[in-house]
Design a protein around this ligand. Structure first.
Ligand code: AMP
Ligand code: MG
Length: 848
């Protein structure tokens, strides 16, 4: 991108004192005359760029009037000159000077050379002739530097490095970076102790600060393998020191933070890498990029996106000529060449830093927080360099309080002695004639649903169903399905849903794995229930069941009893059953009462298969609070339902909603939409808000292991709306933790761990897997480890950042790619499965 002003070396200075402008211009041309580089242009000859050194290339000062702001603009590489000097007279005793050179002929060091020579020539001193020019260096480089060996070193060193450092940003990364930037200055603590630590390890202070910076970035990104760029002046030969030209090179220093080393150990690794890097610093970075062939993009710089540098001496307030001073002047726009450039410096025993950041990505507050984290880390390192890097304290007390307590302040005192069906029966007493269920043309009142489920429950008890009996349920979607679910719960049993549309092998696995001994089904579907001894076929037993008493059962179901088992994909072996207790679902039902309006609950579409826990919300929430459940075959049939105009709330996955919206199938009665199960794009949210009757679109996040929903957000209308999964729901806590189970800072990516009353009992018959996924955290208690990544926004809302493993969602189906690979491995040696496509066009593709 040679035309971009990001590749200019620019300085804005203030000259104090009476300036002789024509002498200044003569001196400027004197410098140009000495350096071929400043008289070079670049032309294309036969498709190859070629340098042309001109005998003469006069440069005139551009005068700015008081009102014009200095604006940097691109150079013309073919025509030159590639150095430019603009000046503004402020008054007799003050001038502003803007010096700019294209990076292709210059670097930071060159700027120092430039001012020293300009100053000498302005003062009438003579300068010793230059022994060599840039072309001599270029030729020497071609002939003598063993680029092959250096290439081999870097290739090996960077092999397998992550393509990018994924720092959490305040805004999505634009497709093309604008390179707009800003600066943030900070003071760094513990200079003396850090110097001492460096000395004791035979390292430089720079290496120690770099290692600490690596730790900071690892905490922010969740990556333990990080590549950072650092510039080297690359003037190893004395003859090159007085030259102006592009010598500077960039080293790619890769830090290995795997296996959670102590800081001292990390410092040793960083030192070794840096020393090796310095020994191979001749290979130009551009050449390295050619060799590595990383995917090129205008969205991020190749190989590394963050730079760490040691500050070169400043030009602050020095004498330029007799009676003239030169001082920095900050009226230039900051050019951000990278996502972040952290410059550290030492001045009279004090450490300071300057962070240059891309304002496309970061807000100032975020950078300020990052800087505070770095300071805290440095203090922790100085105190105990032998601490494991994961344990180095980085969070302040207030931040910890916010992450742990304030943003998890979800405590509610719901009744602790209730069961799912008892909530329904209590409601049935209050509104016996209200419509509980609609299926097609059929409706069931609360009274009818209560009585019929009492009858079936009695029958089930006679067949041996009692506390914790697992009852498979394999029926078509119908009003009877709802009756059966309630009946199983009332009898004290737990239901194991089996979807008759599932493949036979899947059904067989669920039945075998759950060890269910009895099934509620129909005659037509009974053959699917292979291996179950007792089959209760609703259609043939109708008469017998109708003889049972309709009154409430005396059975008391303990809230700690199992309510249902939901099977989800397993990464190796087969699917695993999540075991949910009554009290888990009861918390969700009470939360929903607070979260949803009467209107929303008055007509809830129940379109999700009972094999997914969205169905728990769709069925038991409205039935607990007097609403009507409108049972449908699936979400896409909404438009054809006889009772479609009674639907107020639709609860489904984004991929299905995308299709419903696109086909204009959302009835005008719908006032609220719940989307869950997979990442929800703002695009869909805004499309839905385009329908005037849709007043609330919620994003609900949660794994089956935490009873349907764990966090909730009412997403906002408007294009600036933030993509968020919201806050933890009632009696639920979310912690974002590192692999070492430490809190990650606000804004950083961490794994989502969930605690609270929704937590499942565990996986059915899988004690080991349960112990692996439901951990006992020393501070935060029992937590489910989701495998999802997220981060906290400043508002206390969560953002969803994807998975840390190979679990995917395809049209709402939770799939472990490993499960499919394991199936393929029964037939082929090597196999890999990926998800191809986006949204409702996703496909699973297997390779062998
Ligand atoms: P399931 O057990 O079927 O509910 O799947 C849970 C997984 O689905 C979570 O661990 C997430 O990976 C994903 N998921 C659920 N809800 C959301 C959501 N609102 N946004 C993004 N991903 C979600
Ligand atoms: Mg879920």
């Amino acid at each position: 991108e040679p035309e971009s002003v990001a590749y200019h070396v620019i300085q804005a200075l203030r000259v104090g004192g009476p300036l002789d402008a024509s002498a200044f211009e003569r001196a400027l041309n004197g410098v140009v005359a000495r350096h071929e580089s400043l008289r070079t242009t670049f032309s294309e000859v036969g498709g190859v760029a070629e340098q042309v050194v001109h005998e003469k290339m006069p440069v005139a000062i551009e005068w700015l009037d008081a009102s014009t702001r200095y604006r940097e603009r691109p150079f013309d590489l073919q025509r030159g000159p590639l150095v430019r000097c603009a000046m503004r007279r402020v008054n007799d005793a003050e001038h502003e000077v803007f010096l700019s050179m294209h990076h292709i002929v210059s670097d930071e060091w060159s700027v120092g050379v430039f001012w020293r020579e300009l100053s000498a020539l302005y003062n009438g001193e003579s300068l010793p002739p230059l022994a060599v020019q840039y072309v001599d260096y270029a030729l020497w480089q071609r002939e003598h530097v063993k680029l092959d060996a250096q290439e081999a070193y870097w290739k090996q060193k960077l092999s397998g490095a992550p393509a990018a450092l994924e720092l959490p940003t305040d805004r999505p990364r634009p497709a093309t970076m604008s390179h707009r930037g800003a600066l943030y200055a900070c003071e760094l603590p513990m200079a003396e102790a850090l110097q001492e630590l460096s000395r004791s390890e035979g390292a430089t202070l720079f290496m120690t600060l770099l290692a600490a910076f690596d730790v900071l970035l690892a905490r922010y990104s969740g990556q333990d393998d990080i590549v950072i760029g650092t510039p080297v002046s690359n003037r190893q030969s004395e003859a090159t020191e007085p030259l102006i030209g592009f010598f500077v090179n960039t080293l790619c220093l890769r830090a290995d933070m795997s296996s959670n080393p102590s800081f001292r150990e990390l410092l040793r690794r960083v030192k070794e890498t840096a020393l090796e890097g310095y020994a191979h610093q001749d290979l130009p970075f551009e050449k390295l990029v050619e060799v590595l062939k990383p995917e090129r993009s205008t969205a991020r710089s190749p190989v590394f996106q963050v730079m760490f540098t040691l500050q070169s001496a400043t030009d602050g307030g020095r004498e330029f000529a007799r009676g003239l001073t030169l001082a920095g002047h900050a009226s230039l726009e900051v050019q951000a060449k990278f996502d972040l450039v952290f410059t550290v410096g030492e001045n009279q025993g004090r450490l300071h830093g300057i962070i240059e950041y891309a304002t496309d990505l970061f807000d100032r507050e975020t950078i300020a927080r990052m800087s505070a984290h770095y300071e805290k880390l440095l203090s922790a390192i100085a105190k105990n360099p032998d601490e494991k890097i994961s344990k180095l304290e980085m969070l302040g007390v207030a931040e910890r309080q916010k992450l742990v307590v304030e943003w998890n302040a979800t405590k509610r005192d719901y009744p602790r002695d209730q069961s799912i069906h008892a909530l329904f029966s209590a409601q049935a007493k209050k509104t016996p004639d209200a419509v509980a269920v609609i299926f097609g043309e059929q409706t069931l009142s609360y009274r009818a649903l209560d009585e019929r489920s009492n009858q079936l429950a009695r029958h089930l008890q006679k067949r041996g169903v009692g506390p914790e009996t697992l009852v498979a349920i394999c029926v078509e979607r119908s009003a009877e399905m709802v009756v059966s679910l309630l009946a199983i719960l009332k009898a004290g049993g737990a239901y194991v849903p089996v979807d008759p549309k599932y493949p036979q092998a899947r059904i067989a696995h669920i039945i075998a794995d759950s060890r269910a001994t009895i099934a509620v089904t129909t005659q037509a579907l009974a053959p699917l229930c292979v291996g179950i001894g007792a089959l209760l076929t609703l259609d043939t037993l109708g008469g017998e069941i109708a003889k049972e008493a309709t009154s409430a059962l005396a059975t008391r179901v303990d809230p700690k009893q199992l309510a249902y088992i939901i099977y989800t994909s397993g990464s190796t072996g087969g699917p695993k059953g999540v075991a949910i207790e009554h009290r888990n679902a009861v918390t969700l039902i009470h939360w929903a009462r607070e979260e949803f309006s009467d209107e929303e609950l008055s007509g809830v579409l129940a379109a999700t298969s009972i094999c997914f826990d969205l169905s728990v919300f769709e069925l038991f929430v409205p039935l607990a609070w007097g609403g009507t459940v409108i049972v449908a075959e699936n979400a896409l049939s909404l438009g054809q339902l006889p009772a479609r105009d009674r639907v107020k709330l639709v609860n489904t996955v984004p991929s299905a909603m995308t299709q419903l919206e696109a086909t204009g199938a959302i009835p005008e009665s719908v006032c609220a939409i719940n989307l869950a199960g997979e990442a929800l794009s703002d695009q869909l949210v805004q499309k839905l808000y385009g329908h005037e009757h849709i007043r609330r679109v919620r994003d609900l996040y949660g794994p089956s292991e935490d009873t349907t929903y764990s966090t909730a957000a009412v997403r906002k209308k408007g294009s600036d709306s933030l993509v968020t999964i919201g806050r933890p729901i009632a009696n639920t806590a979310v912690y974002l933790l590192s692999p070492e189970l430490e809190l990650v800072p606000q804004g950083a990516s961490g794994e989502i761990y969930i605690g609270g009353q929704g937590l499942a009992r565990g996986y059915l018959h899988r004690a080991e897997l349960t112990a692996e996924k439901f951990i006992e955290h020393p501070v935060y208690g029992r937590l489910y480890r989701t495998g999802d990544l997220g981060r906290w926004l400043a508002s206390g809302e969560l953002q969803y950042l994807g998975r840390r493993d190979n679990q995917v969602k395809v049209r709402g189906f939770r799939i472990e790619l490993g499960e499919i690979e394991a199936a393929l491995h029964k037939r082929v040696k090597e196999a890999a499965v990926i998800v191809h496509g986006e949204g409702s066009d996703k496909q699973l593709v297997g390779y062998y």
